[in-house]
Design a protein around this ligand. Structure first.
Ligand code: C5P
Length: 238
């Protein structure tokens, strides 16, 4: 799973996703399906993507009481995706419950989906975090705190910005996954992202997996954009 390039498929529905996938021929992809798509299309879209042979990160960012998250994860495990996630802000008990649910829902002999936690969204600025969440200090401190909590709960890694990846590895070990959105090839539109990096910078900063959405999905030639980002990501020195 390390070194993957995940495409964030933030499309409104199946038609748009299938149109996008057509650009890639037989290329095997790692696709992130988020709430926008899943709430419209339901589990059927997961079966379609799996049948086409692609890997899936089901990005539903669960955040609720432990019992609800446990039951929800039990159901999601049955979809046999590669990765799911929660918000670390839900707390340690909630994250432990998520793992219990995943283990309970995974068919025997199968590998449970990797479970990671969102620390601070890459769209969150320090001032927003200070004023709206009433968390003082820098975003990176909050990210490191949530990452440690996530590790203690037994999860496999976190979603963070590439700028925090190295410190997270230093503190919590190389095996703890850093999954990083906010990736922009140099010179491209930042959209709503604040803490961004280019694919090669992300590699040098210690990202294990990059998540790229609009830089690929909004490009008139998504295949070319994907190949170019992948080349930069895979070719960069660690
Ligand atoms: O289009 P873009 O490359 O900005 O897409 C980033 C993707 O990563 C989106 O699907 C967004 O929901 C997701 N994400 C994020 N920041 C997080 C967690 C997930 O941008 N902290």
């Amino acid at each position: 799973m390390k070194n993957s390039l995940v495409i964030a498929c933030d499309f409104p529905g199946r038609k748009e996703l299938e149109g996008f996938m057509d650009f890639f021929g037989n290329e095997k992809l790692f696709l992130k399906i988020g709430m926008e798509m899943f709430y419209q299309e339901g589990p059927g879209i997961i079966h379609t993507i799996k049948d086409a042979g692609h890997d899936i990160f089901l990005d539903l960012k669960l955040h609720d009481i432990p019992n609800t998250v446990k039951s929800a994860m039990k159901g999601l495990a049955k979809l046999d995706v590669n990765m799911v996630n929660v918000h670390a802000a839900g707390g340690r008990a909630m994250m432990e419950a998520a793992l219990e649910g995943l283990e309970a829902g995974t068919a025997s002999g199968n590998k449970r989906p990797a479970c990671i936690a969102v620390t601070q969204l890459t769209s969150t600025s320090t001032s927003q975090m200070n004023l709206e969440q009433l968390i003082p200090g820098e975003v990176r401190n909050s990210v490191l705190h949530y990452a440690a909590l996530t590790r203690h709960a037994g999860l496999d890694g976190v979603v963070c910005s590439s700028h925090e990846a190295r410190d997270i590895h230093k503190k919590l070990g190389q095996g703890f996954l850093t999954v990083t959105p906010g990736i922009r090839p140099s010179g491209s539109d930042l959209h709503d992202q604040k803490r961004v990096a280019t694919p090669s910078n992300a590699r040098m900063l210690g990202s294990d997996i990059i998540v790229v959405g609009r830089a690929i999905t909004s490009n008139p030639d998504p295949y070319k954009a994907y190949m170019s980002i992948r080349k930069e990501w895979e070719g960069a020195a660690v």
